[in-house]
Design a protein around this ligand. Structure first.
Ligand SMILES: Nc1ncnc2c1ncn2[C@@H]1O[C@H](COP(=O)(O)OP(=O)(O)OP(=O)(O)O)[C@@H](O)[C@H]1O
Length: 206
């Protein structure tokens, strides 16, 4: 599905990584590991097509994402550090907005979905008044509303409690069983939940 081919990234005259090659298949989960500043977020942004590598290319289904970005974007769900949530709106309004821009009719019972992710009683509160963990749960709701094949997630477990982590891991398993793929950064140990977890480690280069 996804091929990273000879990708190099240079920031402020520092080479973060060079000639990086790996691929991700349907049903696979891959963790990007490495110390702070090694370039994990920079790599995720290149893979999502938000920035262009200094060398190399990213291929989706054999085609360069830059040349076929619309096609790729339909198959991609990216959730980064900035949550992408409108903090002035309530959780429910955010969900309704996401559904509208994807052209879906409001067929699901959204209160049931919000309850599943632990937001009972908070559906109608502006997101800015929620805790960091609750705000992250709102951001992650997109994982239940989207049929994208490739999930690129930057620290998705940040600020989640134990129950939130377990719920998210369960969602990952379903996505992989349905033939999706996941690339993520996290400091969580995922090996106990995903025994075929792939890992790419970036070293900090001076
Ligand atoms: N837009 C930018 N302009 C200049 N330098 C940048 C930019 N984005 C990132 N960098 C630099 O690139 C390096 C890698 O940053 P990046 O955020 O990719 O690391 P990371 O591995 O995700 O770190 P962390 O674990 O702390 O999130 C850092 O030294 C950072 O200062």
């Amino acid at each position: 599905m996804l091929h990273i081919k000879s990708v190099t990234c240079i920031k402020q005259e520092r080479c973060l990584f060079e000639d990086l090659n790996f691929s991700l298949k349907s049903g696979q989960i891959m963790q990007l590991a490495g110390p702070n500043g090694a370039g994990k977020t920079s790599l995720l942004r290149i893979i999502a097509g938000f920035s262009v590598p200094d060398e190399g290319d990213v291929l989706w289904q054999g085609k360069s994402i830059i040349k076929n970005y619309d096609e790729f974007a339909r198959e991609l769900l990216f959730i980064g550090h900035k949550t992408g949530v409108n903090s002035q709106l309530t959780a429910l309004e955010n969900v309704q907005f996401w559904l509208q821009i994807q052209g879906y009719n409001d067929t699901q019972d959204l209160y049931v979905l919000l309850a599943k992710i632990g937001l009972v009683g908070l559906e109608d509160v502006p997101v800015r008044m929620l805790s960091a963990g609750q705000q992250r749960r709102v951001a992650l709701l997109r994982l239940w509303l989207n049929s994208a094949k490739l999930w690129v997630l930057d620290e998705p477990f940040t600020a989640l409690d134990k129950a939130g982590v377990a719920f998210l891991q369960q969602r990952f398993i379903t996505h992989l069983e349905q033939g999706g793929a996941i690339l993520l950064t996290t400091h969580q140990d995922l090996t106990t939940h995903f025994n075929d977890l792939q890992t790419v480690t970036l070293e900090y280069r001076h």
